[in-house]
Ligand binder design. Structure first.
Ligand code: 5GP
Ligand code: ZN
Length: 116
């Protein structure tokens, strides 16, 4: 838990946000500023600043749990047929603004590539 981290507060329910997925290690919720008809953030409950920090801490197994949550959410929302994007921005050049690891699940419209 990082006392200043908004996503830690969402995960431990000290900031109310409707959770669309909850397991002992992972939670997911709607992005506050959605960029697509479906835009969900999937996070580990435990604070890791980004995917590299998580790997360095030896918690790579959490990535499997995040992927499992993300693919379940995509299937529940009927995105398997149309497709979707799962992405984690990392650091300044990656465009990361919240320093608690999160994966964006985006879908419901064609998504451009390459990213800007
Ligand atoms: P990043 O830019 O770090 O990859 O993504 C951070 C995401 O978190 C952004 O898409 C932003 O809209 C979202 N976000 C930031 N603060 C909050 C919040 O308090 N609640 C929710 N639900 N989403 C947030
Ligand atoms: Zn955090």
């Amino acid at each position: 838990m990082d006392a200043d981290c908004i996503f830690c507060k969402i995960a431990n329910r000290s900031i109310p946000a409707p959770l669309v997925f909850e397991s002992p290690d992972v939670v997911a919720f709607q992005d506050i500023n959605p960029q697509a008809p479906h835009h969900i953030l999937i996070i580990p409950r435990e604070h890791h600043s980004d995917v590299g920090a998580l790997a360095r801490s030896g918690q790579e197994a959490l990535l499997g749990k995040i992927l499992s949550a993300a693919t379940q959410l995509a299937a529940q929302r009927g995105l398997d047929a149309s497709g979707y994007r799962l992405v984690t921005n990392t650091g300044k050049d990656g465009g990361q603004t919240v320093r608690h690891l999160h994966f964006h699940l985006l879908g419901g419209r064609p998504l451009g590539w390459p990213p800007g």
